[in-house]
Design a protein around this ligand. Structure first.
Ligand code: URA
Length: 253
């Protein structure tokens, strides 16, 4: 017999049905048997509930004054950072957003024009697609933490330079230290290469569990890449189902 579902769950199922995603049904989250999905709607921009698309900065009731102080210190260090030349061209720094006690942490490359303007990661078209991917996974933007390797926009969206990554990475490491996510998802080649210190092709890094300073890390395609290559949404679905399976195993271990 079907369990009673709340409205959110019904909408999620309708949304996934529209995309042809059925692996939620048994809650088995098959890793390689993911259906031919995320191609039904190339933009994956279905009717996502408002709560999944709104920016959110969590204030956990159980966050201690000490933890809040540490976050404020870090935010202030990032906001006033002049360690590399990107501070000259930025409108503002883009710190990170979401649940500071999240299990999932998503890490992109660097802010783009929209993020530089709004001061929040993944708010442009790629961000909308990321929200939709989270929704398909049964997660909301406010359930996870989203950040970038670089906190400032490289002019013209050029690739991050190694010295910029070297200067900025300690901020990301500190975020990870404070959040203590159960797993990290590196979005795209640049994030994966910066975090894993490798030049191995993204296609080869996918499908494996890596480690970033002791936190399990999975690699998948960047949402901006998916906007150009919608057929690869299925691979992202596989990657994230894999990550979710690992997380579930950690929880039951
Ligand atoms: N691309 C990224 O890697 N990060 C953002 O915040 C936006 C686009």
């Amino acid at each position: 017999m079907l369990k009673a579902m709340n409205t959110e769950e019904v909408r999620r199922r309708q949304y996934l049905d529209a995309l042809g995603i059925t692996c939620w049904e048994s809650r088995q989250y098959p890793v390689l048997a993911a259906p031919d999905v995320m191609t039904a709607n190339p933009d994956l921009t279905g009717d996502i509930p408002e709560s999944s698309t709104q920016p959110f900065q969590s204030k956990k009731p159980d966050e201690t004054a000490d933890a809040l102080g540490l976050w404020r210190e870090l935010e202030s260090a990032v906001r006033t950072c002049t360690k590399c030349s990107l501070h000259v061209t930025r409108t503002q720094t883009v710190f990170g957003v979401g649940d500071r006690q999240a299990q999932w942490m998503f890490i992109g490359e660097a802010p783009g024009a929209d993020e530089d303007r709004q001061g929040e990661p993944f708010v442009g078209r790629a961000g909308q697609l990321l929200n939709a991917i989270l929704f398909a996974l049964g997660l909301k933007r406010e359930d996870v933490y989203i950040a970038n390797v670089l906190k400032c926009r490289p002019p013209g969206n050029r690739d991050p330079q190694p010295e910029e990554v070297a200067q900025c990475e300690p901020y990301l490491l500190r975020q990870i230290e404070l959040i203590k996510p159960r797993l990290i998802v590196a979005l795209g080649r640049h994030a994966a290469h910066s975090l894993l210190k490798t030049e191995v092709a993204l296609g080869k890094l996918r499908g494996q569990q890596h480690s970033y300073h002791g936190t399990p890390l999975f690699v998948t395609y960047h949402p901006a890449y998916l906007l150009r290559n919608p057929a690869d949404k299925r691979k992202v679905w596989n990657d994230l189902c894999h990550a979710r399976t690992v997380l579930q195993r950690m929880e039951t271990a």
